[in-house]
Design a protein around this ligand. Sequence first.
Ligand SMILES: CC(C)(COP(=O)(O)OP(=O)(O)OC[C@H]1O[C@@H](n2cnc3c(N)ncnc32)[C@H](O)[C@@H]1O)[C@@H](O)C(=O)NCCC(=O)NCCS
Ligand SMILES: Nc1ncnc2c1ncn2[C@@H]1O[C@H](COP(=O)(O)OP(=O)(O)OP(=O)(O)O)[C@@H](O)[C@H]1O
Length: 201
Amino acid sequence: MRFIGITGGVGAGKSAILAHLASKPGIRVMLADEIAHDLMQPGTECFQKLKEKFAGEDIYQPDGSLDRAQLATVIFSDDRKREELNAIVHPAVREYVLQQKEAEERAGKLFLLVLEAALLIEEHYDEICDELWYIYTTEENRRARLKASRGYSDAHVDRIFASQLSEEEYRRHCRVVIDNNGTLEETLTQTEEALRREAYE
Ligand SMILES: CC(C)(COP(=O)(O)OP(=O)(O)OC[C@H]1O[C@@H](n2cnc3c(N)ncnc32)[C@H](O)[C@@H]1O)[C@@H](O)C(=O)NCCC(=O)NCCS
Ligand SMILES: Nc1ncnc2c1ncn2[C@@H]1O[C@H](COP(=O)(O)OP(=O)(O)OP(=O)(O)O)[C@@H](O)[C@H]1O
């Protein structure tokens, strides 16, 4: 089993590529943000730590769970708060990912395990992944797509861009680059080519 990490800036189109990979037999896709979400549910250790660190912040829904939109506003407009959240959540995500990797290795049923994470490089997943892939989409295209599909404002897009790595940094760390500036069909063709080229199939 090979273990690859997939990353790229907000709105790069990772979801569609990951959904395609997940639909193929022998491939399992894990999403770091989804794992983080589960690990931050009320009653968990992360939830309790966040409650202490973010005391006074209005980041909860009426049912007591975290309000993602509010949390996003807080962490993308305050570097210190984002770092505090990262320090609480990311070690737990990494531990979970490592456990899953070991379990899948033992089970021996997959030929490919995939992890998607925004902070793959910053969190040194290169240490546990066999290789990293970068989904490249220009800032201009990502901005337009995010405004159209999620109704994000330019200011919100700017804040998230500022919290993520530059194209050069992503390219420096990732061996495979998938260009998602064209149609999704072209992107999925590149994905299939990369799978063949890397001799995964
Ligand atoms: C901040 C949250 C609430 C935003 O959720 P929402 O669905 O509204 O996000 P949105 O679709 O606008 O995408 C935000 C973008 O920022 C990325 N991102 C998420 N968390 C972080 C972070 N801590 N630092 C930098 N980028 C991040 C996402 O992957 C995505 O690319 C959510 O991503 C979250 O709970 N983040 C904390 C957990 C985390 O660190 N997840 C990423 C694990 S690598
Ligand atoms: N090749 C494409 N052409 C046009 N639109 C696209 C293309 N790829 C993705 N999109 C659209 O761009 C938007 C952002 O894509 P997506 O949600 O997959 O990004 P993401 O990288 O998963 O984002 P995040 O970083 O928030 O997880 C979506 O509305 C998606 O439908």
